[in-house]
Design a protein around this ligand. Structure first.
Ligand code: ASP
Length: 408
């Protein structure tokens, strides 16, 4: 399915470029503009419930985890720390290197931005630190219904987390509410799947508009983006995680790679941590991780621990901000950091699972959703590489949990 979708996207992009070259009358341009509006409106329709319910379901899943206190504490600390390291690595690399800055951002993309950021003017223009903080607090603590209606992502995230924690503490053990929320989340994912069907058309329309004037610049920038993402992801996968496996998990990197190799190959070819799970279990077994530990750490990791995804989202947000002419100040960068972590936790371990959750990072700092279409052009290879690192992070987590939680 994923391969067909990818083929569609590339085909749509090529067709868009071709049509842009031959449209003389301009009526095609109007049709494309209509298609683009349809695509972006549908995306915006899904994103609020998607963020809210996937976050809520994710937090309620911790109920089961709470029963294994020591193991879950070690595992969650490991997941949060390595995800934070991954996003930091991505953000440091992107601010330090930013290879695309030699390519000027296409002017018409920056024009699209104006409409999106107008509403966030107070947020982006506040000068003093307390002014920024006040703007941030004003967007975080709002009536949750208003946040959902206005697509205020920070407000939705805060509302979801507060309600999730309250439910976690207040519900009796036998409550059916978590299961019901899980089921609603499945339905919301289904709706998101329908929205995804519009992707080829949306990409066709957006690439059509871009290629009327900015095609070459965009491609150059995208090339630099791909190289940077792959390099930093490999840095995390080949240096940081093996080092943690060695120092905190007691496994030397060569032995680790030998046992985990097959899981990496499957992750690379399926682009899904969830689909790779059976092979990840085998790898954990051959690394002598106990059954209790593996059966807790690995499935949880496949849903909430995604280092490669978090790192990708950080770099992608900064790249798209540049492309759309948005200046990211310290507060917006902190927002990207936090939301990249959150959305990697909320993203499902399926091919392109992060594409829907990623919208919350973009919207929170005023990047138009067209950005997703730009990312989709290079999604397939990047998804493969980041999924392999996601799976590697889970396996290293199982070693760390074995060492520190002492479960078998
Ligand atoms: N494909 C990734 C995974 O399954 C999720 C994503 O980043 O899209 O781990």
């Amino acid at each position: 399915m994923q391969r067909y979708l990818f083929g569609f996207v590339i085909g749509a992009a090529a067709l868009g470029w071709l049509l842009a070259q031959i449209d003389g009358s301009g009526s095609l341009a109007e049709t494309m503009s209509l298609l683009k509006t349809l695509f972006l409106s549908v995306l915006k329709m899904v994103v609020a419930p998607l963020v809210f319910f996937s976050l809520l379901a994710g937090i309620l899943r911790l109920r089961a985890a709470a029963e294994l206190t020591r193991l879950s504490t070690v595992t969650l600390i490991y997941y949060l720390c390595t995800t934070a390291i991954a996003v930091s690595l991505g953000l440091v690399a992107v601010f330090w290197i930013h290879p695309w800055s030699a390519v000027p951002p296409p002017a018409e993309l920056a024009a699209t931005t104006a409409a999106f950021t107008a509403e966030d003017a107070a947020f982006t223009q506040a000068q003093s630190f307390t002014g920024l903080l006040a703007a941030l607090v004003g967007r975080m603590f709002v009536n949750p219904f208003a946040a959902l209606a206005e697509l205020n992502i920070l407000g939705i995230v805060v509302g979801g987390v507060v309600l999730g924690l309250a439910l976690l503490l207040a519900l009796p053990k036998e409550s059916r509410v978590p299961a019901a929320i899980d089921e609603i989340t499945v339905a919301v994912y289904r709706i998101a799947g329908w929205a995804v069907m519009l992707v080829p058309l949306g990409v066709l329309a957006i690439v059509y508009q871009m290629s009327t004037s900015s095609g070459a610049q965009l491609l150059q920038g995208l090339g630099a983006f791909v190289v940077l993402v792959v390099a930093v992801t490999l840095g995390h996968g080949l240096v940081v995680l093996p080092l943690i496996a060695w120092l905190a998990g007691g496994r030397n990197p060569v032995a680790f790679a030998r046992h985990a190799g097959r899981a990496f190959v499957v992750a690379l070819s399926t682009s899904s941590s969830a689909a790779t799970l059976p092979v990840t279990f085998q790898a954990a077994q051959s690394l002598r991780v106990g059954r209790t530990t593996a059966s807790f750490v690995l499935p949880l990791g496949a849903t909430i621990n995604m280092d490669g995804t978090a790192l990708f989202e950080g770099i992608a947000a900064v790249f798209l901000a540049y492309l759309f002419g948005i200046e990211l100040g310290p507060l917006a960068t902190a927002t990207v950091f936090l939301l990249a972590m959150m959305s990697s936790i909320g993203a499902p371990g399926i091919p392109s699972g992060s594409m829907a959750a990623m919208q919350m990072v973009l919207l929170a700092v005023g990047i138009p959703l067209e950005g997703i279409a730009v990312l989709l052009l290079v999604e397939r290879p990047l998804d493969a590489v980041r999924t392999a690192v996601n799976v590697e992070g889970d396996l290293v987590g199982s070693l760390v949990a074995t060492r520190f939680a002492g479960t078998r």
